[in-house]
Design a protein around this ligand. Structure first.
Ligand code: FE2
Length: 259
């Protein structure tokens, strides 16, 4: 049995140990609840049973738990060789049995672990069970959907530690542009400028598993809001961003995924 009310209480007291006045921490808390709601929405639309809907929400509640220590230790959210926030989250939850404060029952441990571990990877690892794969797909779609919303609603300084004026004068790296136009997700290591990150966010559309997330992006015009947020000063970059938007919208209108 999953007791979500209790799990949310435990989560609330866990994050209270961190500086909730810090806008980065505050953003991650807001994002976590956004993903909980999106995961619940996706799981419900997929017709899953009550227990699996709760499990999807619990995974969402815990998926970024590694972010809080990451922010405290490194004051940033960029994963690196030293720290991958998903792996770190798994370590925090499972090495000292913190997971048992969120859920008494051990039977979902593997699903929770695999879904969290896989939520931020370029692609889902091979060899997962059907349930591990299903919940990995749900968290990946829910996380990307809420993360897109954040990119056009939060301050640039919170997202990047950079000012808007600095970002709008940047260019996009050739490889990043080419990958986007070839329907490839952008690899983290290829991102050089802040605008490369921006294109990478738009490129998440290529990694959705279910139609529900794609529909949300279309209904809420997430790509328009993301791309139109920046006043690109370099004429070539401006042209490229226009192409990216056109290309993304075309893709969103024709892609057919699992309902
Ligand atoms: Fe997340």
């Amino acid at each position: 049995m999953i007791d979500l009310v209790k799990a949310e209480k435990v989560f609330k007291s866990y994050v209270e140990k961190y500086n909730t006045e810090d806008d980065k921490i505050e953003l991650k808390i807001k994002h976590t609840y956004g993903v909980v709601s999106m995961s619940g929405f996706i799981a419900t639309k997929l017709g899953l049973d009550e227990e699996n809907i709760k499990l999807a929400k619990l995974i969402a509640l815990l998926h970024d738990i590694g972010r809080f220590e990451q922010a405290k230790k490194y004051d940033c959210f960029i994963d690196s060789k030293e720290i991958d926030h998903a792996e770190y989250g798994v370590e925090i939850l499972f090495e000292n049995n913190l997971i048992r404060t969120f859920i008494k029952d051990k039977k979902y441990d593997n699903i929770i672990l695999k879904a969290i571990k896989n939520h931020n990877k370029y692609e889902i690892e091979e060899g997962l069970s059907d349930e591990e794969l299903l919940h990995s797909k749900i968290i990946r779609d829910a996380d990307k959907t809420d993360n897109l919303r954040i990119k056009y609603t939060e301050e640039f300084e919170t997202l990047f530690d950079a000012k808007e004026e600095e970002i709008e004068n940047e260019k996009i790296s050739d490889k990043v542009y080419e990958d986007f136009m070839n329907h490839k997700q952008i690899r983290c290591e290829d991102r050089v400028t802040h605008l490369d990150f921006w294109v990478c966010f738009a490129g998440w559309i290529y990694d959705f598993n279910f139609d529900i997330g794609i529909q949300y992006i279309k209904d809420n015009e997430c790509i328009d809001k993301l791309i139109d947020r920046i006043d690109y000063k370099d004429p070539d970059t401006k042209k490229k961003m226009k192409e990216i938007k056109k290309h993304a919208k075309k893709y969103l209108n024709k892609v057919k995924l699992q309902k």
